[in-house]
Write a protein that binds this ligand. Sequence first.
Ligand code: HAM
Length: 410
Amino acid sequence: MEFRSIKGTYDILPNDADRWQRIETHVRDFIIRAGYSEIRTPAFEKTELFTRSVGENSDVVSKEMYSWTDQGGTDLTLKPEYTASVIRSYIQHNLGAKSPLTKLYYLDNLFRRERPQQGRYAQFLQYGIEAIGSSHPEQGAEVITIAYELLVELGIKDINLKLNSIGSSECRNEYRQALKDFLQPHLDKLSETSRKRFDSNPMRILDTKIDFEIVLLEDAPTITSFLTLDDANHFDEVKIYLEALDVPFTLDTTLVRGLDYYNRTVFEWISNDLGAQGTICGGGRYDGLVEKMGGNPTPAIGFAIGIERLILLIKDQTTKFHKNKPHLYFVSLGENAQIASMKLSRDIHSALPDIIITNDMSVGSLKSQMKKADKSNADVALIVGEEEVSNNQLSMKPLKGQGDQQSIKL
Ligand code: HAM
């Protein structure tokens, strides 16, 4: 039997890993410069953490989690998202006591059992930030601006920021009822998914991709007219900041997001180049989550970006991430030569850590090692034989461009 990777998962092979590493390094450096510190939480948590935060009726919890009961009878789940886990850790370690504002970032694998397709995987790499402790619109504007500047810096074009406010839970209750009243007469015409959502989570019907439902919803009440004065003022402030900071956005009253913990500002960046999986970044405010999970009431806002989708979008634009490091290839002929080259590699690395050195360990002939050096993409071959060892020298042969072999005294 031949084993293959599980559907929805993928291998990153050596010739591609470089590109991933560079993007990972880039996004880390970018956010550290903005004053965010890394947090890493375990790959799995208690299942209840996600049912309580993301919501029992959300697609993520009801359909997409990899969950199991361990031998001790504990219900566990591979993390389908990071925010709940970050908040669990924030409360557990009392991070709020150390500073009134906690700014965190993460870059880690998550797991969702969705139907795999381009840009949608069972295991995916997510990069996100959470700013915990401020309810001010300024904080929302900062978080959104950070995502915008990163996407611009990465050269991602043709993306559109959709922005909405879903207000506080009181106004959402009223809005839900109004939406249900509007949809009730059309219930038998709605799709099965929307009929289910009608009872469990009616605002998610606004997310429909079915033409008939989209047209029907054009006349539906919008959340905007249900916002409290405070909610509306808060949202106006966010918009004023974004305009002042030149962050373009489109208002979209149908944007509700699929996770239950959000309130007030929600946003998504959509790309037209990703087909069905167009959302590259999603986020929003979640002022009630810390308290709901057992902590002191603490407002927060954050976003997350799918790295696979990012990589699909910057595939042809990676030149700025492809600064190759100098690469030396040691060809060693004989035992003493092998030892000399390995020692020399150690010395070169401690003096010049950025150089790549391949030591040929094949114990092959000069010809066969040189063939491999040529194929390796190295810049220079350093040839060491017994004679070179006794004369304390080596031969250097350029592998790219012009140039003759020369002897170098060590
Ligand atoms: P989300 O919208 O569920 O939000 O996911 C954020 C991003 O993760 C998506 O826009 C997408 O790029 C990527 N993503 C999600 N699922 C998959 C998948 N199956 N395959 C590939 N990429 C995927 C959250 O997870 C929230 N925790 C974001 C957040 C942080 N809100 C506040 N703070």
